[in-house]
Design a protein around this ligand. Structure first.
Ligand code: FSX
Ligand code: SF4
Ligand code: F3S
Length: 394
């Protein structure tokens, strides 16, 4: 499916959504929800404004605004089990700085965050017990959110979690097995992330590759909160995963490039570039392409929604996009502060048009192949080194 087909697709399933919401709706739940909004200092109007914002972000036709609002008041909440594997927890940080209604309202009222490694007060065996009970109680019904890559080398021994020393690989396998939906939040969970960067000593992989299961990827290092909240809301609303691109990223969030909606785009088109950090162009907010911006190669919507409740984003802060929502970006987008000459981006003054998405696609595929090549070389060197070590210890 193409990004242009999204609205038609959603209109074609609107009848099913209405039926589902009518079945799940309860005036009591709505009353409770309204009370909670008031307790948190929000008016109904604030909430409807937010519903309208998220409807637009999800690329739903405007007739869905009232349905998004209604989804908040369903009687059955969706249980969410949120795991942390190999990562930095930046994704949760980004999520916690979500738009209004604040995280407490969203997490505790619209979804039921049954388990979250980082936000929970408890620790140790009590937590393990709680996790196991939640899995049993919500078997086949819960959404499993995973943050972090999965070390797979040597049976996954490079990541152990919990009082039993379970490996991340075992834990992810066990907890995703009975989940209704699995969402990979962050580039680490989606594609391996920083752990998987060359030389990838722990054999880290994204969840789909490590476990061989169907999941939705919500990459970014970290992803913006709109993409995480929106994906959960999509499931609440439709009981369905969103249409995705070939990398299993929701099209509504990852269907266009950073460059397409960038606030500095007019400067790119006018051939006005920052040539050096701190120069006149930098002060005037000109395009960062020559300083290595990978916005023309990166599919994500940060240029529209920014971070920290819309406060700012990398390009707004004066640095180029480093392509953090693309697979293997640590390897294939580097060096981060130089343009990638091989990407085929034509800047004004050349042919006057930037590369087409087909050209970018083939560049990215090539770059992945190149990155795999580097990893393969790394493996050969490592295998040789391991042999040498083995020989020496014999
Ligand atoms: Fe990775 Fe998220 Fe980057 Fe960090 O959990 S995507 S290192 S922002 O925190 O996984
Ligand atoms: Fe924006 Fe980067 Fe594109 Fe320039 S190259 S317009 S800074 S996304
Ligand atoms: Fe990442 Fe680029 Fe957005 S670096 S946060 S995809 S602007």
């Amino acid at each position: 499916m193409n990004i242009k087909d999204l609205q038609g697709y959603y209109m074609s399933i609107i009848g099913k959504v209405d039926k589902r919401l009518n079945d799940l709706y309860s005036s009591k739940a709505e009353e409770e929800f309204n009370n909670r909004l008031a307790e948190n200092g929000f008016t109904r109007r604030d909430f409807l404004k937010w519903a309208s914002f998220i409807t637009a972000a999800l690329m739903l036709p405007p007739v869905f605004e009232s349905r998004v609002a209604k989804a908040a008041a369903v009687k059955e909440r969706t249980p969410v089990i949120w795991l942390h594997l190999a990562e930095c927890t930046g994704c949760s940080e980004s999520f916690l700085r979500t738009r209004e209604p604040d995280i407490a309202t969203l997490i505790f009222d619209q979804i039921s965050l049954t388990y979250h490694d980082t936000l929970m007060m408890a620790s140790g065996e009590r937590v393990e017990k709680h996790l196991n009970e939640a899995i049993q109680q919500y078997k086949g019904k819960y959404v499993c959110v995973i943050e972090g890559g999965i070390p797979t080398r040597d049976g996954g021994i490079y990541l152990r979690i919990g009082s039993d020393g379970e490996t991340g690989l075992e834990r992810a396998r066990r907890i995703t097995k009975d989940a209704k939906y699995v969402l990979a939040f962050g580039t680490c969970a989606a594609f391996g992330g920083v752990q998987a960067a060359y030389p990838n000593p722990t054999g880290a992989k994204g969840v789909r590759d490590a476990l061989g299961i169907e999941i939705i990827n919500v990459p970014g290092c970290p992803p913006n909160s709109v993409n995480m909240v929106g994906t959960i809301l999509h499931i609440l609303l439709f009981d369905k995963t969103p249409p995705t691109d070939l990398l299993y990223r929701p099209l509504w969030a990852y269907g266009s490039r950073i460059h397409d909606y960038c606030e500095r785009r007019a400067h790119f088109d006018a051939g006005e570039f920052v040539e050096e950090w701190g120069d006149e162009g930098a002060k005037k907010g000109w395009c960062l392409y020559k300083m290595g911006c990978k916005g023309p190669l990166t599919y994500n919507n940060c240029s529209r929604y920014r971070f920290n409740q819309g406060t700012n984003w990398p390009i707004g802060a004066g640095h180029g996009c480093i392509g953090c929502s693309e697979p293997d970006f640590w390897d294939k987008m580097a060096p981060f502060e130089e343009p990638n000459e091989k990407a085929g981006i034509r800047i004004p003054g050349g042919k006057g048009v930037e590369a087409t998405s087909d050209e970018i696609g083939s560049f990215l595929a090539g770059a992945t192949a190149a990155a795999i090549g580097v990893h393969a070389i790394g493996s050969v060197i490592r295998a040789k080194a391991e042999k040498t070590v083995k020989k020496e210890s014999e």
